[in-house]
Ligand binder design. Structure first.
Ligand code: FAD
Ligand code: DHB
Length: 389
């Protein structure tokens, strides 16, 4: 098979890119290792910045997002005694939208056949070849047969564990990494949220987050040491811990219910440079990971895709190679700012095992500064809604 762009991975990054390229008349094919149902079963992000909402709007695939997404005008930081409300709408003139990654992925997946976007699921042994040439190709197996796609470009949207990043020689690459000593235990339940706005809490027993997917579906997280096993966390234990960490006001409004999903995700900050080598571009988690505090991962994948679609469209429409050459630097400038924000909010809202009284005093002072300074609140708010692309 021959195409202009071979996209590896049909998560939100790969599907968004596929739709954007198709809408610009660029031919592409998406290869995914898993089944569609498996991809939809992964419960992940929940908060969308305007860049992500805007891309869905531009594609004309935002009808359900508009109808079902919850527009959030602010969120809260809980410091054990009070709620510090960050009035995002008033401070920035912008809002975020609560709409699950699963729903975005479903909308993109459902629209693929009618938009002529070919997505090949259950593609095994995906491998990249000749990425330093202008005629790269991808091989894979499907139904026991070896297949090959020839393309002008390959875009790796295959997440943190995919093969694309590994195809870039280590001699030209730099990696930056920080692994955190805890993970987030998440619980999804069909119960009304305890608050109409998100609450990020720093309690002496650890971090907690109250989030939601709809008026009837809640998403909560607590941080746990990496040694914890999910089997040791009964639903009741998670609800008890949330009630303590979120504080008495939120606890009074928590509705408990059986978990429909419960898992532990490790926290990591990671950046791979460059995000382009030869004819291979990387987008999303394939190139970088942020800790989830601040809800930046999916949104960062969306901004990468925006830049990549712009660059590839310029190449095929106008034979303009400059945008492809400049893709990595442009995407990384925004990536690093999101890395900084996610890392700083993680540091502010979690109790690190190595921290002593001084580090705790710094958290208290920073939270107090935020509570009393409009400038500090504006800085948090403009990062939370997403920096300009
Ligand atoms: P992925 O979603 O990982 O998709 C990659 C795809 O590539 C997958 O479908 C995978 O099966 C496929 N693939 C992998 N290997 C191969 C292969 N060999 N061949 C073919 N295909 C392959 N982000 C936010 O913005 N807001 C949030 O609120 C938020 N909350 C989060 C909460 C949790 C618990 C977690 C874990 C993450 C959260 N994130 C959040 C991060 C967000 O989910 C990710 O950043 C996002 O999924 C990145 O999208 P992606 O398409 O780059 O990668
Ligand atoms: C959710 C996840 C996040 O990482 C976050 O910062 C906010 C919300 C969520 O899954 O709802």
């Amino acid at each position: 098979m021959k195409t202009q762009v071979a996209i590896i991975g049909a998560g939100p990054a790969g599907l968004l890119l596929g739709h954007l390229l198709k809408s610009e008349g660029v031919d592409c094919v998406v290869l995914e290792r898993q089944t569609g149902d498996y991809v939809l079963g992964r419960i992940r992000a929940g908060v969308l910045e305007q860049i992500t909402v805007g891309l869905m709007e531009r594609l004309g695939l935002d009808a359900r997002l508009k109808a079902e997404g919850l527009v959030e005008e602010g969120f809260n930081l809980a410091d054990g005694e009070r709620l510090i409300r960050i009035d995002v709408a008033n401070l920035t003139g912008k809002t975020v939208v609560v709409y699950g990654q699963t729903e975005i992925t479903k909308d993109l997946m459902d629209a693929a056949p009618s938009r002529g976007l070919e997505v090949i699921y259950q593609a095994g042994d995906v491998a990249l070849h000749d990425i330093e040439s202008e005629a790269p190709y991808v091989t894979y197996t499907k139904d026991g047969k070896e297949e090959r796609i020839d393309a002008r470009f390959i875009v790796g949207c295959d997440g943190f564990h995919g093969p694309s990043r590994k195809a870039i020689p280590t001699s030209v690459a730099r990696e930056f990494e920080r692994v955190y000593p805890f993970g987030w235990l998440g619980i999804l339940a069909d119960v009304p949220p305890c608050n109409h706005e998100l609450i990020y809490a720093n309690h002496e027993r650890g971090f907690a987050l109250a989030s939601m997917r709809s008026h009837t579906r809640s998403r909560y997280y607590v941080d746990v040491p990496l040694t914890e096993k999910i089997e040791d966390w009964s639903d009741d234990r998670v609800w008890d811990e949330l009630a303590i960490r979120l504080g008495p006001d939120a606890a009074a409004n928590i509705t408990r219910g059986p978990a429909i999903e419960k898992s532990i995700a490790p926290l990591r900050s990671y950046v791979f440079e460059p995000m382009r080598h030869g004819s291979l571009l990387l987008c999303g988690d394939a190139a970088h990971i942020v800790p989830p505090t601040g809800a930046k991962g999916l949104n960062l994948a969306a901004s990468d895709v925006h830049y990549a679609a712009e660059a590839l469209t310029a190449y095929f429409r106008r034979a303009d190679n400059d945008a492809v050459i400049g893709y990595s630097a442009k995407a990384l400038a925004r990536v690093w700012k999101s890395e900084r924000f996610s890392w700083s909010l993680t540091k502010l809202m979690h109790r690190f095992p190595e921290d002593g009284p001084f580090e705790r005093a710094m958290q208290v002072a920073e939270l107090d500064y935020i509570a009393t300074s409009k400038a500090a609140q504006t800085s948090i708010a403009e990062n939370y809604v997403g920096l300009p692309v």
